[in-house]
Write a protein that binds this ligand. Sequence first.
Ligand code: GLA
Length: 725
Amino acid sequence: MPILFDSEKRIFKLDTSTSSYVIQIFEQEYLAHLYYGAKIPDTNLSAFIFRSPFASFSPNNINIDDWRFSPDVCPLEYQGEGCGDFRISAVAIKNADGNNVTDMRYKSHKIYSGKPSIQGMPSLYLEDDSEASTLEILTEDSVTGIQAVLYYTVFEKLGAMTRSTKIVNPTDKTVDIEKVYSCSVDFVTHDYDLLTLYGKWGKERNLERRALAHGRQGVSSKRGSSSHFQNPFAALVDSDTTEDFGNAYGFNLIYSSNFAVDVEVDGYGGTRLLMGINPETFGWKLESGCSFSAPEAVMVYSANGIGDMSRTFHKLYAKHLVRGKWKNIKRPLLINNWEATGMDFDGDTIVSFAAKAKELGIEMLVMDDGWFGYRNDDRSSLGDWQVNEEKLGGTLANLIERINALGLKFGIWYEPEMISRDSNLYRAHPDWCLHVPNREKSIGRHQYVLDYSRQDVRDYIFNEMYKVLSVNKVDYLKWDFNRNLTEVGSAILPADRQKEVFHRYVLGTYEVMDRLTKAFPDMLIENCSGGGGRFDPAMLYYSPQIWTSDNTDPIERLMIQFGTSMCYPASTMGAHVSACRRTGYETKGNVALWGTFGYELNPNKYTEEDAELVRAQVAEYHKYYDVIHFGELYRLISPFDNAYRAAWMFVAEDKSEALVTSVVMREPYDKAFCLKLKGLDPEKYYRDEETGEIYSGALLMNAGLCLTWTDEHDGKSFKKYFKAI
Ligand code: GLA
């Protein structure tokens, strides 16, 4: 069993193939955190609870006769508020008597095979209970009776674990949860760098690395989405950790709303990292007999650098997060009309795209925004999900028939959480959007946000979607979300529950997505939020792919895709070739191959030469699909570190094939170029498909691939495909 309880030492040891995580039940039932890191065989770690001498400014527990113990100084597993630990607390509950002093101590535990799911929320899942084991620790505040159940699931083979927390109110009084983090981890040192992913619209998920400083630091969102600006991902790495060497601890929250990653380095040089719902915009009234579940945090440890950490996330998500029919089968290669037409199209335009796309080998046509209500620009009609037959020149069924007759599948765009001010729905139900009394509603892209905390609103939207989707053969749906949440209030919740709206909203979104996936299990869903504004693991639970960014410029995409790959696999990253200004189609194709691949342009504008290139790309998409979607990613040269080139490769799990791609961002200063490959079998020999040359894996990884005479001008790129012989 990967989870062991030593009843004598009262130590829990959670082992994966590569890591150990150790908790101790200390005196007075404090849960102490003793270790997280490379796998160790020992359970003799009790000494690690005492970190440092401390002064009277760090309180003692009157019942513990050990001068070395203070809750302020010792590493603790899940600490409350106001009882002697002055670091950031993991949980704070305003009790019935008005104070928020909270102190959770060990009560009991359970260890079992398998993994519980979280009611109403996405989380990692198992296909078989033997794939993971769970430790559930029940903690309780002995004064108030409120409980926190701490869940730890260990994915032994994948070097990963998850944590989540449930607050339970078995008392007869109502209390207010002020904050509840999903996980909190104490590290004894602070010699770490913090890695996070920052960005904005069109420039999502740039990698940022900074040394920890004393005090508080971190990233968060309070936009009602995980956001373009910060991603719910963070890693702590040793200051000398690189892509290929050293300790890396990755954290990712399965949540699409306001999150916080808070890190504090305390006065004794220890580090506490907490991840969960952002307490700034959260509150929850917990009535007698009720419980509240916080989202799940995923934790990956690697002793072999940031690259290995990423690959573990990729495997974990491909197997235990992405679900449904499209998890393992090849997704259709699509063309989307958005960048070519905006909303200025009719049925014939769409069919003409499909006809040309068919000639090129493209398999699906996606009709983007503008097919419903009276929407011809972004000022109207969100919420009016009735087909604009006049614009399409017939019914949707007719249009789909015409596209299917050409041999293409059909996909459609929705933005189900939004409502235009100029819409029939808004005129009928002005109170259906998020708003607060007497305050002007901020507008974003001329739209408001529907109050998804309301069941009637959700039912209405779902039913309207169902009416269209159940009678039309829709193979794919793009679920968009194009603004952030403001004036977050709900017309039907009482005043003392308004702080719940952000969380209730996202639960509502999950509910509708869940109903949609159940009602249409064969339909492929792609998530989108003005590109990658909601690129998070929770969305991947409902849609196996997410439109990574509205920015389709291949040079900009390098940064976006490198950053996104920190924890999200290639098979989840929506990437298309577009008509954007920089680089030729070859480089656009080489970069888009890193994701789900598709086109976002007017195929009728192609010259015969372009068309030939597209046919070749389509063939490559099929040829390399398995190595990209099911292989392992190795980042070779990062655009965050190198001003000239970026390079990456995919290697099949059995090391039998590899695809290497390199892109020139700026003409290199240094012409001698030996690209050292990674992840190959040093003992195997590989044939360069293009030249027929044969090299050992050892040579390719140590001497590198000599590319000195390759044409390296701005925007140029190349691929190299190797097959083991
Ligand atoms: C968002 C998406 C685009 C497109 C438009 C349509 O910006 O990211 O791909 O679908 O909405 O309005």
